[in-house]
Write a protein that binds this ligand. Structure first.
Ligand SMILES: Nc1ncnc2c1ncn2[C@@H]1O[C@H](COP(=O)(O)OP(=O)(O)OP(=O)(O)O)[C@@H](O)[C@H]1O
Length: 359
């Protein structure tokens, strides 16, 4: 898509015309962003993703921003930029990262967001903040529910509905109060009304990809539910989606968690960093819901609205959860997780076949 046509598109989606709350994003000049980030100084760099680098900055009014700067100009990068700006410009929710604006001057493409003081969930689970143990159980529960609310907005309230396609720990950012903000909409896809799924090129991150999507390119809301299930297991256990067993073998978090969940070994499932300080009923819920979400068969996965009800402790739904076939039987029935091979060999990883899949 040519950038000018994208721009028209965003304009037409702006708040008032859609009868929604007016958006507050604006266009930034390159000069303003250079000034606020100390000319994209290395010291301001927050991190780097597939799209480019993200820098911390401060505007003249003192407000803090995060600026994503496109790595290099290409049609593909331009498309990701357009998708992200267009998606963010049309959504407004307390659990979705707010777009402050963008800049497109010459070949520079930049997206400006609110700065999230506590960075990403990934940095707390496995990264630079993991030793500090900021994520007590209450915060984890709130992050789980908050992120689910953000996704529920995309799936059920945005028009047209949106699938995110890259739900993962590094795309859940945390504000000063550790409130979850789902971010990174460069891979988002709009679902036309009445469609059950769209067939598309596979994009996303290994370890979080639903099998029908990874293999057949069938993207639907339930692919996000699958990824969210992996995220829930990660949040409860502190384990990575794919754990390195040896130099060539990896084990998926679902293969590790399911037998423990069946045996109700919640002390083994809980992140050791919690030091046993968690609410067992809630941990059980998070693990059970995580496993059902990451069922291999999409039709057996709940919707994100059902996920929310379960996470919030809906009595009826939680009772059904306890008796779910996945957790009562120890025989090899339709668990949806068991028929995956227990270990993934590096050689078997489909990375060569799948374009845009991040490792
Ligand atoms: N609004 C923000 N506030 C604070 N930190 C941010 C913000 N946006 C991004 N970051 C940080 O910048 C880093 C890079 O983000 P980016 O979304 O480009 O890549 P990623 O999610 O790490 O990787 P990928 O490209 O695979 O999605 C992330 O680790 C994140 O912690």
């Amino acid at each position: 898509m040519d950038f000018r046509s994208m721009f028209c598109c965003v304009k037409s989606l702006d708040g008032k015309k859609q009868g929604k709350k007016e958006s507050t994003w604006r266009i930034f000049s390159l000069k303003e962003l250079q000034l606020s980030t100390n000319n994209f100084n290395y010291d301001n760099k927050l991190g780097e993703g597939g799209f480019g680098s993200v820098y911390w900055g401060q505007l003249w009014d003192g407000s803090q921003i995060a600026v994503k700067r496109l790595k290099s100009w290409s049609n593909k990068a331009e498309m990701e930029f357009s998708v992200e700006v267009e998606t963010l410009a049309r959504v407004r929710h307390k659990n979705l990262l707010t777009l402050r604006g963008y800049c497109a001057e010459g070949q520079e493409r930049l997206i400006v967001y609110d700065y999230m003081t506590n960075l990403s969930l990934l940095s707390h689970l496995h990264g630079q903040h993991s030793a500090e143990c900021h994520l007590d159980w209450t915060r984890r529960m709130n992050i789980a529910i908050g992120a689910a609310e953000g996704i529920a907005y995309l799936h059920h309230h945005a028009t047209p509905h949106i699938i995110h396609r890259d739900i993962k720990a590094s795309n859940v950012l945390l504000d000063g109060d550790f409130k979850a903000q789902v971010a990174d909409f460069g891979f988002a896809k709009f679902i036309p009304e009445g469609a059950t799924h769209v067939t598309t090129r596979v994009k996303g991150t290994l370890g979080y990809l639903a099998p029908e999507y990874a293999m057949l390119g069938k993207a639907s809301e339930s692919c996000d539910v699958y990824s969210f299930g992996i995220l829930l297991l990660e949040l409860a256990s502190g384990k990575k989606p794919l754990e390195k067993i040896s130099s060539t073998l990896r084990r998926s978090i679902t293969d590790w968690a399911l037998p423990l969940a069946r045996e109700r070994k919640f002390d083994e499932l809980a992140d050791q960093k919690l030091n046993g300080k968690y609410v067992e009923e809630e941990l059980k819920r998070v693990v059970f819901v995580g496993l059902i979400c990451s069922h291999n068969q999409p039709e057996k996965r709940p919707t994100i609205l059902e996920v929310l009800e379960m996470l919030k402790g809906d009595k009826e739904k939680c009772a059904a959860l306890e008796n779910h076939e996945m957790f009562v039987s120890t025989t090899v029935v339709d668990s949806g997780v068991e028929d995956s091979s227990e270990f993934i060999s590096d050689e078997k990883e489909p990375k060569q076949e799948i374009e845009n899949v991040k490792m």
